[in-house]
Design a protein around this ligand. Structure first.
Ligand code: GUN
Length: 300
């Protein structure tokens, strides 16, 4: 391996420290404790793990955590009524509705019922539009985490060729907009892109967010490029024993690391940054709502 490892776990710890320091100041100087409400509908095991982790880290940062666990068959009207209540609750500065929602609930309708200034996921159509037009918005947590690591590694991103592989609303599209805002030349590649290997090979920065295990291999990477791997895929690992599995990214780590200048590992790369950025977004939302100075370096 010749690439420098970008340690997302350590980076996330520094983000959480900055958040905690700002929270302490808000409490002391303004008598305000930021509050994050997380709404979970149903009992999806992966979602339960995420929600527990979010709640724990919110409290560790000195903020208030409000968890709302609803039955899987909760009606849309009841969910919207809860969001309405949270929208007008002055103790709540951030609202996150854990996705995916059960099939009978309209995700777009639910997300767009969150007050945009409390939308710490940055999924509300107003925030999507603000980001797309280069205006101040709430920014989706995973792309924000990727951007922070890229800025830290490169300093300025201006003029760099960036290829985002994947066109999801949660990662690919907002990531492309953030890179464009930082003056990269941006390409979004996806399953229908012709000569996708060649497209990636032009990139100074590759952000992989497709959800296909180890799809991107070292021969797709320009020597010295920075590789940010958003993928978290569980695959069979018979070499570890019968029935065992392991986590891999969307990039084939060993071959990419031989060519890249820097790379994020999986696990321990982008993953830990997502919740750290959720905490950062909650503090940012709280400051904006109260007309207070936002913490430095925690927003786009
Ligand atoms: N489910 C998986 N990732 C996310 C996320 O970033 N936000 C929400 N609300 N749900 C998710």
């Amino acid at each position: 391996m010749s690439a420098q490892l970008i340690d997302g776990k350590a980076f996330a710890a520094t983000v959480r420290e900055k958040v905690a320091a700002h929270v302490a100041r808000l409490k002391e100087e303004n008598g305000i404790t930021p509050g994050l409400a997380v709404v979970l509908v149903g009992e999806d095991p992966a979602s339960q793990v995420y929600v527990r982790s979010k709640g724990k880290q919110t409290v560790e940062a000195g903020m208030n955590s409000y968890e709302h666990k609803l039955e899987a068959d909760t009606s849309e009207a009841d969910l919207l009524a809860l969001i309405d209540k949270l929208n007008s609750d002055p103790a709540v500065h951030g609202i996150l509705v854990q996705l995916p929602l059960p099939g009978h609930l309209n995700e777009d309708l639910v997300i767009n019922s969150i007050a945009p200034e409390k939308d710490v996921d940055g999924f509300h159509i107003s925030n999507v539009g603000l980001l797309g037009t280069g205006q101040k918005s709430m920014v989706p947590c995973t792309p924000l985490g990727c951007l922070m690591m890229l800025r830290d590694h490169h300093g300025s991103l201006s003029g760099l060729n960036a290829v985002v592989v994947g066109r999801s609303n949660i990662v690919g599209k907002p990531m492309a907009n953030l890179l464009l805002k930082d003056s990269c030349t941006v390409t979004i590649a996806h399953s229908r892109t012709k000569d996708i290997e060649e497209v990636c090979k032009q990139a100074d920065i590759v952000v992989a967010a497709v959800g296909r295990p180890e799809m991107i291999t070292g021969d797709w990477i320009k020597p010295g490029a920075t590789v940010i791997d958003v993928g978290i895929n569980r695959i069979d690992a018979p070499e570890k024993g019968e029935g065992k599995t392991r986590l891999v990214g969307d990039c084939h780590f060993d071959s990419c690391a031989q060519v890249a200048g820097a790379i994020t590992p999986v696990p321990g790369g982008v993953g830990p940054m997502t919740i750290a950025c959720l905490l950062a977004n909650t503090v940012t939302a709280c400051c904006r709502m109260n007309g207070l100075t936002e913490p430095d370096g925690l927003t786009a």
